[in-house]
Design a protein around this ligand. Structure first.
Ligand code: NDP
Length: 420
C-alpha cells in the first residue's frame, strides 16, 4: 500500500506510470504532476480506459519552484517522489522532498539549464580543473545532499533508468555473483531502431544533444582521460542487432562506479550512432543550433537548442514508427577464484513490442521500467537506507528479478567478444 507522486509526463514518465499501474500490489495510489496537466489527464484517461486498480490523480506543477512542489507534496502526502521531469529540476525536487520528509528517486543527474550562470560556472570550472572532465553534469550537486538525507532518515536513489541505472545494477550483480575482482567495465548502449525520420532523438532532444555533442571521457586507474567528441570509434557485433559503429562518450555512471568500485582499472561507455545522425548533429552544431546560450531574435531571447527541440519530433510520439531492437549492457573482465573471467550482461528490447504493450519506443521503455522498479524497491523498504545513493549501492538481486518480471529480461554471456 503506497502513494507515489510522479513529476513529469514525457516519454519516460508515461512508461514508468503505466508500469506502476501494472504493479498495483505496491502502488495503490498515484499522482501524475507535470508542467502541462493536459498530458497527465490524457495519460490518466488512457490508463483508466484500459482498466487499473491504481487510484490516479493529476496536477499541474512547475517543478523549478520548490514552493509549488512543497505545496503539492504536503497536499498529496506521497510515500515517495519519482522525478522523471528533466535533470534541471533535480535539486528543486530533492529540496522539496527534504522539506516534506519524503523519499526521492530520479533517472538522470543534475545539470543546469543555464550554463552561462556565473555562480554555477565558477563551481563547474573548479570541478573541471580538479577532476578533469568537462561534461556539464556530474554527481557532486546531488551527492552534496548526502548528509541532509541521512539526518532526515530519507533515501534518495539517483539515476534509476537503464544507463545510468540498470548498468550499475549489472555491475553490482557481477561483483556479487561472478567476480572476486573486476578489472574493466565497458558499458555498451546500442540502439538498432529506425523511426523513419531523417533526424530525431529518442529522449528529450535538449538533454540528448547536449550529452552526445560533448567531449568523451573514461576512467583509467582512477584518472579521467578526456577525448574530443566521437574521437574513439569501435565496431561491435551486438547480439540480436548486428554490427554497429559505436563511439566513446562521457556518461554519468562512470563517475559513480569509479567512486564505489575504486579497484576497477578502466571504465568506458560506448553508444551507437549511424552516420546520418552524426552528420545532422555536426551540421546543427556548426550553425549554432546546439548552443545553450540565449540569442536575440526579433526582440525575443531564444535559446537555440530549445528552439530546435520545438522543431524535432516529440520522443514520446516515436513509438508507432520505430522498428528494430536495442541492446544495452556491460562487459566485465576480472578474476574469480584465481582464474581470469569475462562476462557480458545485457538486455535486448524490441521497439515494436514496447509499442504494442504501452505505445512507447524502447528508449522510453528501457528507462521507464527501471524508474518504476527503483521507486518500488524504495517504497517497499528493500532499498531503503538513509542518504543519497546510486543503484550500485544496494543488493542487486531484487532489482534483477523485477527486470525479468516487468519486461526487461537479461542475459549473461560467459564468453563475450571484448572491445579493444
Ligand atoms: P521528455 O521531454 O519527454 O519529458 C519531460 C517531462 O518533464 C515533460 O512532461 C515536461 O513537461 C516535464 N517538465 C519539464 N520541465 C518541467 C518543469 N519545470 N516542471 C514540471 N514538469 C516539467 O523527456 P524524457 O521523458 O525523454 O526524459 C525524462 C528524463 O529521463 C530526463 O531527465 C532524461 O534525462 C532521463 N533519461 C534517462 C535515461 C536513463 O537511461 N537513465 C534515458 C533517457 C532519459 P511538458 O510536457 O510541459 O514539456
Amino acid at each position: 500500500m503506497s502513494r507515489l507522486l510522479v513529476i513529469g509526463c514525457g516519454g519516460v514518465a508515461q512508461v514508468a506510470i503505466q508500469k506502476c499501474c501494472q504493479n498495483s500490489e505496491t502502488f495503490t495510489e498515484l499522482m501524475i504532476a507535470s508542467r502541462t496537466e493536459e498530458k497527465c489527464i490524457a495519460l490518466r484517461e488512457k490508463i483508466e480506459k484500459a482498466g487499473t486498480a491504481v487510484k490516479l490523480e493529476t496536477a499541474r506543477v512547475n517543478a523549478d519552484s520548490v514552493d509549488e512542489l512543497v505545496s503539492l507534496i504536503r497536499a498529496y502526502k506521497p510515500d515517495a517522489v519519482l522525478n522523471v521531469a528533466l535533470p534541471y529540476q533535480d535539486l528543486a525536487v530533492m529540496e522539496a522532498c527534504l522539506a516534506c520528509k519524503v523519499d526521492y528517486i530520479d533517472t538522470a543527474n543534475y545539470e543546469p539549464e543555464d550554463t552561462d550562470d556565473p555562480e554555477w560556472r565558477a563551481i563547474y570550472e573548479k570541478r573541471v580543473r580538479e577532476k578533469g572532465f568537462t561534461a556539464y553534469f556530474d554527481y557532486s550537486w546531488q551527492w552534496a545532499y548526502g548528509e541532509k538525507f541521512k539526518e532526515a532518515n530519507l533515501t534518495a536513489l539517483l539515476g534509476s533508468g537503464f544507463d545510468p541505472g540498470v548498468t550499475s545494477v549489472f555491475t553490482a550483480y557481477a561483483a556479487k555473483h561472478y567476480f572476486d575482482v573486476i578489472d574493466t567495465i565497458d558499458i555498451l548502449d546500442c540502439n538498432g531502431g529506425d523511426h523513419g525520420y531523417p533526424f530525431a532523438t529518442n529522449f528529450n532532444p535538449e538533454i540528448n544533444l547536449r550529452e552526445v555533442s560533448a567531449n568523451g571521457s573514461y576512467l583509467e586507474n582512477g584518472r579521467w582521460v578526456e577525448t574530443k567528441p566521437m574521437e574513439i570509434k569501435r565496431v561491435y557485433d551486438f547480439p540480436q542487432v548486428g554490427k554497429k559503429d559505436m563511439y566513446l562518450l562521457h556518461h554519468e555512471e562512470i563517475e559513480a562506479l569509479g567512486r564505489n568500485f575504486p579497484e576497477v582499472k578502466r571504465i568506458r561507455f560506448f553508444m551507437t550512432f549511424g552516420q546520418s545522425y552524426l552528420t545532422h548533429m555536426k551540421c546543427l552544431e556548426n550553425v549554432g543550433m546546439l548552443s545553450t546560450s540565449p540569442v536575440s531574435f526579433e526582440g525575443h531571447k531564444i535559446v537555440p537548442i530549445q528552439f530546435l527541440k520545438a522543431l524535432l519530433p516529440d520522443p514520446a510520439s516515436l513509438g508507432p514508427r520505430t522498428v528494430g531492437k536495442t541492446n544495452i549492457g556491460c562487459i566485465f573482465t576480472g578474476r574469480k577464484d584465481g582464474k581470469e573471467r569475462r562476462i557480458y550482461i545485457y538486455n535486448v528490447c524490441d521497439h515494436q513490442e514496447c509499442c504494442r504493450e504501452l505505445g512507447s519506443q524502447a528508449i522510453s521503455y528501457t528507462t521507464g521500467v527501471p524508474a518504476m522498479i527503483g521507486a518500488a524497491l524504495v517504497v517497499k523498504g528493500l532499498w531503503k537506507k538513509p542518504g543519497v545513493f546510486t543503484t550500485d549501492e544496494f543488493d542487486p538481486d531484487p532489482y534483477m528479478e523485477m527486470l525479468n518480471q516487468y519486461g526487461l529480461p537479461w542475459v549473461v554471456d560467459e564468453n563475450p567478444v571484448l572491445v579493444d
